[in-house]
Design a protein around this ligand. Sequence first.
Ligand SMILES: Nc1nc2c(c(=O)[nH]1)N[C@H]1C(S)=C(S)[C@@H](COP(=O)(O)OP(=O)(O)OC[C@H]3O[C@@H](n4cnc5c(=O)[nH]c(N)nc54)[C@H](O)[C@@H]3O)O[C@H]1N2
Ligand SMILES: Nc1nc2c(c(=O)[nH]1)N[C@H]1C(S)=C(S)[C@@H](COP(=O)(O)OP(=O)(O)OC[C@H]3O[C@@H](n4cnc5c(=O)[nH]c(N)nc54)[C@H](O)[C@@H]3O)O[C@H]1N2
Ligand SMILES: [Mo]
Length: 812
Amino acid sequence: MTNHWADIANANVILSMGGNSAEAHPVGFRWVMRAKERNDAILISIDPRFNRTTAVADYHAWLRTGTDIVFLGGLINYLIENELYAQEYVREYTDASLIVAEGFGFEEGLFSGYDQATKTYDRQTWNFDMDERGFARRDPSLQHPRCVFQLLRQHYSRYTVEQVENICGMPKETVLQIWDLIAQTAAPDKTLTILYALGWTQHTIGSQIIRCGAMVQLLLGNMGMPGGGVNALRGHSNIQGLTDIGLLSNLLPGYLNLPSANLQTYEDYMRTRIKQPLVEGEVSYWKFYERFFVSLMKDWYGDVATAENDWCYDWLPKLSVPIYDILHAINDMTLGKMTGAFCQGFNILAAFPNKAKVMDGLSKLKYFVIMDPLTVETGEFWKNFGEYHDVDPSQIGTEVFRLPTTCFAEDDGSITNSSRWLQWHERSAPGPGESMTDTEILGELMLRIKKLYQDEGGAFPDPILNLSWNYKRPNFPTAAELAMEYNGRALEDLTDENGQVIRRKGEQLKDFSELRADGSTACGCWIYSGAWTEEGNMMSRRDNTDPYGTGNTIGWAWAWPMNRRVLYNRASARPDGTPWAPNKAFIWWDGERWTGADVPDFPLTSPPSAGVKPFIITQTGGGHFFAAEWLNEGPFPEHYEPMESPLDRNPMSPNNPLAFHNPIVRVFEQDRDSFGSNTDFPYVATTYRLTEHFHFWTTHARLNAIAQPEKFIEIGEVLAQELGISVGERVRVSSKRGFITAVAVVTKRLVPLQIDGRTVHQIGIPIHWGFKGVAKKAHLTNTLTPFVGDGNTQTPEFKSFLVNVEKIGGTA
Ligand SMILES: Nc1nc2c(c(=O)[nH]1)N[C@H]1C(S)=C(S)[C@@H](COP(=O)(O)OP(=O)(O)OC[C@H]3O[C@@H](n4cnc5c(=O)[nH]c(N)nc54)[C@H](O)[C@@H]3O)O[C@H]1N2
Ligand SMILES: Nc1nc2c(c(=O)[nH]1)N[C@H]1C(S)=C(S)[C@@H](COP(=O)(O)OP(=O)(O)OC[C@H]3O[C@@H](n4cnc5c(=O)[nH]c(N)nc54)[C@H](O)[C@@H]3O)O[C@H]1N2
Ligand SMILES: [Mo]
C-alpha cells in the first residue's frame, strides 16, 4: 500500500476494483466501513461478480474479467477531455511536462521497437528528449505535441465510453455515473482510495492494470494524500515481508535486484542501477544504490567483502533468463532439467496453474522436500486419492521428504502487513511433536551444506564457505539476531560531514541515511534500517497516540521506509508548502522544516522555494505517466485480451493479430497447444476466495469445513437455464487442461454481458478444497487454469480463462 489500512477511513470515495476486501480482508474492511460512517464515503465495487464487498457498496458495475485497463483508460480520457483532473498537481508534481524523444510511437496496438521474433521491445525510443547537460527537456505549458501530457491524451483518446461499454460489458450510463463520482475527488478537499488485489494482478496484463490505476490517482492529485493512494491488499499475513527481503528469484533484499548475465562486472552492474536525476535539482534516491548494495554484501560476507574484490560481486548469481520464477522452475522440471526441489510453506500442486503440468514436473524429480505444518496435497502428490486425484504411484520415482514445521503462533518474529508495518510478536507455545521452526531447519541445513563443502570441496564453494554466520547458536539464528542484522550496524566509527562521530563502531544504525558505500556499514535489508536501533526493537512499540486525528499512529510498531506511513506525503501540500485543503492537512512547511502527522517523505529542511518535487524516488521527482524503463509492454498501459478470450480479436486494435494478446507474454514452447478456443470452451471463468476458508489449509479444520463444506461453482441464472442446471445439481467444468466436478450455485450475482456483439457468460469458481483434510474431498480448481503469466511479474492468469460447463446429474 502507498497508504495504510487505518488511512482508508480518511477517504471520500473508495474504489474497490480487482479485490473483494469484505471477503478476503474482513478485519481491514472495518476501515472502509469507518470511512462510510465518518465521511459519508462512497464505496464503488467493480467486479465480474456481485460479491460480499458489493453487498455493502453504494455503486456497483459488473465487468468482463481482464478488461480493467479499458475502464481506467476511458476514465483517463474522460478526466482529460472534460478538464476534470487536478491541474496544478499534474503540472507541478508529475512528468506531464517532459518531452519524449522523437521516434517514440504507437500504432495498431504496438509501441515502437517491437520485435516479433523475440516477442520483446527494444526500448531505445521510449526515452525523454535530453539536453546537452543530460537533463530532460520540458514544456511547462503542456502544449508540446511530444510532451508526456499530450501523448497521454492522445493515447487514451481511443478509450471512449462506447469502447468501455463494448469491451467491459458495462452500460454506458453506469460508467459515466461512476466516472463522475471519481472525478469529484480531483478537488483538493476530497480523496479517492483504490483498493485492489488479485482481480488486478492475476492477468497477463496485471502490472499494467495496476499502473493504470496509479495514473488515474496522479491525474486526480490523490497520491501522497491522506485517504488516497494505490493500495495493494496483500495476501498472506507476511507476504509484504517476503518481497521486502527479496525472496523472489530476481530480487535481493530491499528491492535491489540480481544482475543479468550481460552484467559481468561490478562497474556494469552499478552503471545500470545507480539512477542520477533526469531533471536538475531533483533527489532521485536510487542514486544511493551503491550504499545499499555494498552494505548488503558487507552483511553477507563481512571482512571478506572488500573494494578490491568488488564486494564479492562475482559470487552473486547472474540471471541468464529474464526471470527464474516458479513457472520457469516447473517447466524445467517437466523437461527433466531439475534433480530436486524444496517447497517451504507452499502447496504448489493446489496453488499453481495446470495441475497436470505441475504433477508431471514433480513426478520427474529425483527428490522433493516439503516443509509444512500440515500434510497437504503437494506432499502426497504421488498417492492415489481415487476420483479426485487418480494417479499410479508405481509410475512415480520421486523420493519425498516431509519436514514438519511450526506455524506463526509457534514462532517469534515480525510480520510485515500490507501497510508496510513491521509488527513484532512472540510465540505463544512451542510447536507440537517433532516440528521445528523454519529458521531452525534452514540453520541446520546450512551447517550441513557448509560441512559437505569443507569435507568434499565441490563446484564454487566460496559463496557458501565465506558466508557470515555469527549466531549464538549457529543451527538456530533467533528472530532478534536476524532483525538486528536487517537493520544494520556500523563496522567503523561513522562521522558526519564536519568530522563529528555520529555512530560508534558496533552500534546499530539509526536508519538508512547512515549507510555508506565504502564498506564501513553492514545492512541486511536497507528499507528495514531503523526497525531495531540502539534504542531497541521499534517493531514492538505499541503507542497508538494519534495527535492529528488522521489515524497515523507513528508510535505503533514501525513502518518502512523510515517509519513513514504514507508514501510521497510531501505531495499532500501545495508547491508553496501549505496543505491543499484544511481537512486534508497532513505534511506542511512550518517556515524551517517539514512537519505534520507523518514522517515527511522529503529532505526535511529543503524549503518549498527550492522547488524540489515530491516523488524523491523517481529520476524526475514527479509521479510518472510515462514509464520509460519499468514495464515490458510499453510506457502507457494498453488493453490486450486474456490468453483465453471469448472474442476473436482485440476490439482496441481489431486489425492487428499481434496485438490480440499481450505481445510480450511468455508462453513456454511446451504449452503452445494448452490453450482452449471459445468454440470448444464458450464461458469465461474466474477463481476467487471465501472468508470461511484460507486456501487449502482450513479444509483441515472442522469448524471451517462445517461453515463451507463442499466445492461449488457460481453460475448465473440465465446460463443455468440455458444448460438446464438447477441449484444443487452437480456439474462438470472443463478447460483445455482438464476437468473438475462441483455443486452448482445458481445466482443473480452473475449476469450475461454484451461484449463486441456477443453474449458472454462468466462463471465463478472458489479456489478452496482439495483431496486432503476433513472437508468433503474435491478436485483442485487449478486443474483448469492456464500456465501463463503476467508480462512483467509472471503472476499466473488465474482470473480469466475459458471453460465449458455441463450438467452431470445427481444432487449434493
Ligand atoms: N478468508 C480468506 N482470506 C484471504 C485468503 C483466503 O484464502 N481466505 N487469501 C489471502 C491471499 S493469499 C490473497 S492474495 C488475498 C486476495 O484477495 P482478493 O484479491 O480480494 O481475493 P480473490 O477472491 O482472489 O479476488 C478478488 C476479486 O477479484 C474479482 N475479479 C476477478 N477477475 C477480475 C477482473 O478482471 N477485474 C476485476 N476488477 N475484478 C476481478 C473476483 O471476482 C473477486 O471478487 O486474500 C487473502 N485473504
Ligand atoms: N486458481 C487460483 N489459484 C491461485 C490463486 C487464485 O486466486 N486462483 N491465488 C494464488 C495466491 S495469491 C496465492 S498466495 C497462492 C497460495 O498458495 P500457497 O502459497 O501454496 O498458500 P497456502 O496454501 O496458504 O500456504 C502453503 C502452506 O504453508 C503452510 N504454512 C503455514 N504456516 C507455515 C510456516 O510457518 N512455515 C511453513 N514452512 N509452512 C507454513 C500451510 O500449512 C500451507 O500448506 O495460491 C495462488 N493460486
Ligand atoms: Mo496471495
